[in-house]
Design a protein around this ligand. Structure first.
Ligand code: F0G
Length: 461
């Protein structure tokens, strides 16, 4: 993979708590000294004192190199992750497992901008990745390193998307995969992806947090490689979302980036990318990175409000956004740090606010899964609070594809989402957004009458 004049980025494992540095990591990716999480650091980048350089290349050269690679048809250049390989740990090409991930669109969202009360709103749609979620960007890097290390089995605990992605990359890389998911608490679409790609899929009678605990024990007993976002290679791949975003914006920074928060790997990755890009001179300041959680799965919100970000406050998670139904987020410390470093906020939204935002995003012709929609619901709150100011530009990170959770969408439009729950009455105010399917006799008259009636109502009610 190295090109003339480019040094691959040598890396080390760095403990986020005690700063212990090492060349290798144990299977659970925990610091051997204090047990905290590891991150990947690039000692070479800081060698030249004032001006850091990745792979010995200046910021401007990196930008033009990345652009040029778009013309190439090499698999690593067609990947929207490996295209940015100077900012990733070095790996020989023959180990790269890629599905041409990344390269996701950045959409303007004029209707949602009006609804939220901001002048410039865009959405970077990570649901347009090969398996339909942002996980693919991290998975290509973590699966490639698992391949490089010679693992036969890779494994994860998941609320669905990680397992779908991991199963696909395992299959592409000729590895076996083991999936641990909470029984009855992930969408069938995501489960079907894992099955289709040949994963050994275990539905455990516990929640996501229970699955992750079990996996952490398993990797110490069996020769399986864990690919949850505790695995720092995942974080490195997910960083490229932010690099690609900046490139798409011609390196003109937005004022705010807003991301959903579950296990908090993605916010940590985006934050790490922003800080590294600033240190390398690719960007001159930091956008504020804000994290939005569901009220019923608000561990980070409570950790910041009730413990000043100093210790984790776990919760018993409950939300229809099953992707972020997580009460004990593994990467909470990393997320607290990036929020502090970028000056971002952390907010929570109700189930109804989330359902409304999802429908509003849908009317733009851009579908997403419920967990992604917390970003728009959160933005509305941040505008009301004055945290997002008039005239500021905002990018939402949509993490998953609409087709990931069709049950939620269908129940919403049919009007039985949250039926029999305390949210039921609040849902009535969203009836103008509902478009239930209409069952008719198969006659021209019936269809024409329906068309005439529909024509009298505005698209959003
Ligand atoms: N959005 C979607 C669609 C997700 O699938 C997830 C997490 C998140 C947001 C939250 O991201 O965990 O990095 O803070 N899904 C994981 C999974 C946990 O197993 O698929 P996070």
């Amino acid at each position: 993979m190295p090109e003339p004049g480019v040094r691959p980025s040598d890396f080390r494992f760095h403990c986020i708590d005690c700063s212990h540095l090492s060349d290798s990591a144990s299977p659970d990716y925990r610091c051997p000294r204090c047990g905290d999480l590891l991150e990947i650091s690039y000692p070479e980048w800081n060698k030249s004192g004032t001006s850091s350089r990745a792979s010995g290349v200046s910021a401007n050269d990196l930008k033009s190199r990345w652009k040029q690679r778009r013309l190439s048809s090499a698999p690593t250049d067609l990947s929207g992750v490996w295209r940015f390989r100077e900012l990733l740990p070095a790996l020989n090409d023959r180990h790269v497992v890629t599905l041409r991930e990344g390269n996701t669109p950045l959409y303007e969202m004029p209707q949602c901008a009006r609804i939220a009360g901001v002048p410039h709103l865009s959405a970077k749609h990570q649901g347009m990745n090969p398996t339909g979620s942002f996980k693919d960007a991290g998975m290509t890097v973590a699966a490639s390193f698992a391949h490089h290390l010679g693992y036969r089995w890779i494994a994860c605990a998941s609320t669905g998307n990680t397992s779908a992605s991991m199963a696909a990359y395992a299959a592409r890389g000729g590895m076996r995969s083991l999936v641990l998911v909470p029984e009855g608490k992930i969408s069938w679409s995501k489960l079907s992806q894992a099955l289709d790609h040949g994963a050994v899929t275990c539905q455990l009678r516990t929640d996501f947090d229970g699955c992750l605990r079990l996996l952490q024990e398993l990797v110490l007993r069996a020769p399986v490689h864990q690919l949850n976002s505790i695995n720092p290679f995942r974080i490195e791949g997910q960083k490229t979302l932010a690099i690609e975003l900046m490139e798409q914006m011609d390196w003109q920074l937005p004022d705010h980036i807003i991301v959903p928060g579950g296990n908090l790997g993605n916010s940590s990755a985006i934050g790490k990318a922003l800080l590294e890009m600033r240190d390398l001179g690719l960007i001159s300041r930091l956008p504020k990175l804000s994290v939005i959680q569901a009220e019923g799965a608000n561990a980070l919100v409570r950790t910041l409000r009730e413990a000043g970000g100093k210790r984790l406050i776990s919760v018993n998670a409950e939300t229809r956004a099953t992707a972020i139904r997580i009460g004990n987020p593994a990467s909470w410390k990393k997320a607290v740090r990036v929020l502090e470093a970028t000056g971002g906020a952390c907010e929570q939204v109700s189930e109804v606010e989330m359902a409304q935002a999802k429908a509003e995003i849908g009317t733009e012709g851009i579908g997403c899964e419920p967990a992604s929609a917390v970003t728009l619901a959160g933005l509305k709150k941040l505008v009301k609070q004055g945290f997002v100011k008039a005239g500021e530009s905002v990018v939402l990170i949509l993490t998953g594809n609409l087709l990931k959770d069709p049950d939620f969408t269908i129940e919403f439009h049919r009007g039985d989402l949250f039926a029999g729950t305390p949210q039921e009455s609040a849902m009535t105010k969203l009836s103008r957004l509902r478009r239930p399917p209409i069952v008719l006799d198969a006659t021209l008259d019936e269809v024409l009458r329906t068309l005439e009636q529909a024509d009298k109502t505005a698209p959003s009610g």
